[in-house]
Design a protein around this ligand. Structure first.
Ligand code: FPP
Length: 300
């Protein structure tokens, strides 16, 4: 139960919690399959709608290389990347994906990129949000954010709030932009906030449960990602949703983000559906155990 700190869970309770994470179904947004292109529809036809992931998270990487390959300035890669983001959001809303999280700007990007590039990304974010509001409304998309967004320039925060408020009553795909986000700093923020709560409630450290930590993450309202996609051939997590991806399937693609389209999201979902998720158990291929035989073998 959310809302208070409980005593540590038993083995059975923890196992049940993992399985529950597997079967919780969030209401699918209204499907608009007829809006998919013929190529997308062909891939969609291979999917099992009842096994659609509830939450897809994407590390959008490769904007700079995309631009470099064309002898263009890096900012043009980011501009093209913003177009990819919109097209992927369109497809996600057409197939009724409940949750989509996009890593748009990390804490490290903020600290380590030249000021001119950071300023460009901030301007791009504002113009992206302003120019896509109508599209989000007609696609029934709701937009929210995770990260230390209070450290972003105030005019960016104002535009973010405007987009969030305007789309707040939409019931389709929930899009979360990770902005000035870092997985470790999210955990630091969560532990600080949990420690404050525990102090107020006079609770001791051995009462902390996984659920308490979940409840203090930026993503408390979001199911854990079923599928994490990273573009551009890099095989890293880059400080993204460190806690939440514990059991996510990870899909790496060589494709650079500005070349990523809705059809590639559908292909990643098809690959996801071909995998067997086991959550640390044995899955469908697990043997039924003969305990007596196992005791004998272990004793040899
Ligand atoms: C990685 O490319 C991408 C980013 C640092 C930012 C992601 C931003 C966008 C996709 C555009 C803005 C999005 C929205 C939703 C407004 P990189 O620069 O690290 O590429 P590289 O590794 O090839 O240099």
């Amino acid at each position: 139960m959310r809302g208070h700190v409980r005593p540590p869970a038993s083995r059975e309770e923890r196992s049940q919690a993992l399985s529950k994470r597997r079967i919780i179904l969030y209401p699918a947004a209204t499907l608009r399959i007829h809006e998919l292109s013929p190529e997308e529809r062909a891939v969609y036809a291979t999917l099992k709608p009842e096994r659609l992931p509830q939450h897809v998270a994407i590390i959008m990487d490769g904007n700079g290389r995309w631009a470099g390959n064309r002898s263009l300035k890096r900012f043009l890669g980011h501009r093209q990347g913003a177009k990819s983001a919109q097209m992927v959001i369109d497809t996600a809303s057409q197939i009724g994906l409940p949750w989509l999280t996009l890593y748009a700007f990390s804490l490290e990007n903020n600290l380590r990129r030249p000021k001119s590039e950071v300023n460009f990304l901030m301007r791009l974010l504002r113009s992206y949000l302003e120019s896509n509001i109508d599209r989000m409304m007609s696609n029934n998309v709701r937009i929210r954010y995770i990260g230390r967004t209070d450290e972003l320039p105030i005019e960016v925060q104002n535009t973010m709030r405007y987009a969030e408020d305007t789309t707040a009553r939409n019931t389709g795909t929930n899009v979360t932009l990770a902005l000035n986000y870092g997985g470790r700093s999210e955990l630091v923020d969560a532990f600080r906030s949990l420690a404050t709560e525990m102090k107020h409630k006079h609770l001791s450290a051995d009462q902390i449960t996984e659920e308490d930590i979940n409840r203090h993450l930026y993503t408390a309202h979001i199911p854990d990602p079923d599928l994490l996609i990273r573009t551009s051939g890099e095989m890293r997590i880059s400080n993204f949703l460190m806690w939440q991806i514990a059991y996510s399937e990870i899909f790496f693609t060589e494709r650079l983000w500005p070349d990523f389209r809705g059809i590639h999201l559908l292909e990643a979902i098809a690959a996801f559906q071909r995998r067997e998720r086991r959550f640390g158990g044995l899955g469908e291929r697990g043997e039924t155990s003969d305990e007596a035989e196992q005791v004998k073998i272990a004793a040899r």
